[in-house]
Design a protein around this ligand. Structure first.
Ligand code: FES
Ligand SMILES: [Fe+2]
Length: 442
């Protein structure tokens, strides 16, 4: 079946079919998720040899395992004998070997075949157990950036560092904020299945102007909560991170957005660095290890969500990564991991958990606002009420950057930038005549 994609992506608008057509979703799994570097997880999720955790890259179930030599491998979660999933979904320790539940074929933690029961039964057959194809198949490419493990299902394409481009600075800052320069996953994971296409979630990450409207009930409640406190009470952290959504449109306009090749980008931080005792104790711990000058340099990098397209969104100042796993054209799994800054006081980590619980948890006051908006978009796009999705806001006003572009905070540049990447992966000609969707300026 040929799927006609030409004409669906234009420089400043896209056709609703890219969010609703199951055939286009399948093609995305091949062409976008089959080519890009995708976030797998963090090395700290498999701290000891034999530790594993499973996930999916596009449609492919994979497992990340630490081998006895300390190296981390990412392999298809499929036994080469009859295809059973080699380890159950989730995480755990396989001990020294990965042993298939079905007939007991056993593999080293790098995936190479170690032993099979009834070996003699294979003598003089066409099956050669020394042939590497009877090991667990590895994904085409795996690379780590400061402990963050990425994999690509394709042999071809840019190296990880080149792929990340300007977004790599957010991962640097994520780690630099730790007094020991390293982070670790802690506190479990929250999982939310959203009833929307995965691209709608990504677009919302840098859609600043939705905040005041979509989150009105939660930011108003937070403001009222503070007003009810005795006069002069400093704003609690919980209030600061919720009532910030109620800033006027002029506030968001002044923020800077950056967009980079391959669809990445970041948004300037929206919170003024806090001066409460927890924050001050954390800053003191960073200064003690890095010196005041370097600590100041690190903390000046103030960012809200970063987009690492098409698989994750790190939040550097609150040490959280949201991982986006598309399930179908209108179902998306979002996994939320919190991280501990090694060497920072425990209260800093508790603040991270608080941010995750209050802002991103499905039982928070904020996330359900977004979920309701996503549902409405997905359902509305399925109607006959119109064909196009507008991305016109501030089109044609981007400032070129090395490897990308910048815009003010209320521009829809991030959506246009992601669709430029999408069109590239999908092989779609966008008809762009300006730098709106064409390559960036080097
Ligand atoms: S399917 Fe794994 S050993 Fe048979
Ligand atoms: Fe939101």
């Amino acid at each position: 079946m040929t799927i006609e994609l030409q004409g669906l992506v234009q420089p400043d608008r896209v056709h609703k079919r890219v969010y609703t057509d199951p055939a286009i979703f399948e093609l995305e799994m091949d062409r976008v998720f089959g080519q890009a570097w995708l976030y797998v997880g963090h090395e700290s999720q498999v701290p000891k040899p034999g530790d594993y955790c499973t996930t999916r890259l596009g449609r492919e179930p994979v497992v990340m395992v630490r081998h006895t030599d300390g190296q981390v491998h990412v392999m298809f979660n499929r036994c080469p004998h009859k295809g059973a999933k080699l380890v159950p979904d989730g995480s755990g320790s396989a001990g020294k070997f990965l042993r298939c539940l079905y007939h007991g074929w056993t593999f080293k933690c790098d995936g190479s075949l170690l032993s099979v029961p009834l070996r003699s039964g294979y003598e003089c057959t066409a099956l050669d157990l020394k042939d590497p194809q009877y090991g667990v198949r590895k994904v085409a490419r795996v690379a780590t950036y400061r402990g963050f493990v990425f994999a690509s299902l394709s042999e071809d394409g840019p190296e990880l560092k080149e792929f990340l481009g300007g977004a790599a600075t957010s991962l640097d800052n994520f780690c630099d904020r730790a007094p020991e320069g390293e982070v670790e996953v802690a506190g479990g994971v929250q999982r939310v299945i959203q009833r929307n296409n995965w691209k709608i979630f990504f677009e919302n990450l840098h859609d600043t102007i939705h905040a005041v409207a979509t989150h009105e009930s939660s930011w108003r409640a937070a403001k009222e909560e503070h007003e009810a406190m005795p006069a002069g009470t400093p704003k609690p952290f919980e209030v600061v991170i919720v009532d910030g959504n109620g800033e006027p449109l002029e506030f968001w306009e002044k923020l800077e957005l950056k967009g980079y090749d391959h669809g990445h980008g970041f948004m300037e931080g929206i919170f003024v660095p806090p001066t409460d005792p927890v924050s001050l104790a954390y800053v003191a711990s960073l200064e003690a290890s890095q010196g005041a000058v370097r600590a100041d340099e690190i903390l000046r990098v103030n960012r809200h969500n970063t987009i690492v397209y098409p698989s994750c969104s790190p939040h550097t100042s609150f040490q959280q990564i949201r991982v986006i796993r598309p399930l179908s054209v209108d179902r998306t799994l979002v996994e939320i991991f919190s991280f501990r800054l090694k060497g920072a006081p425990e209260a800093t980590f508790q603040r991270t958990l608080k941010y995750t619980n209050i802002v991103n948890s499905p039982s928070s006051n904020v996330m359900p606002d977004d979920l309701e908006a996503y549902n409405r978009v997905q359902e509305g796009l399925g109607s006959d009420g119109g064909d196009w999705v507008s991305m016109h806001r501030a089109a044609g006003r981007d400032q070129p950057l090395p490897g990308g572009r910048a815009s003010n905070g209320n521009s829809e540049m991030p959506s246009r930038n992601m669709f430029a990447a999408w069109a590239g992966y999908m092989g779609v000609d966008t008809g762009a005549k300006t730098n709106e969707l064409a390559g960036s300026v080097e």
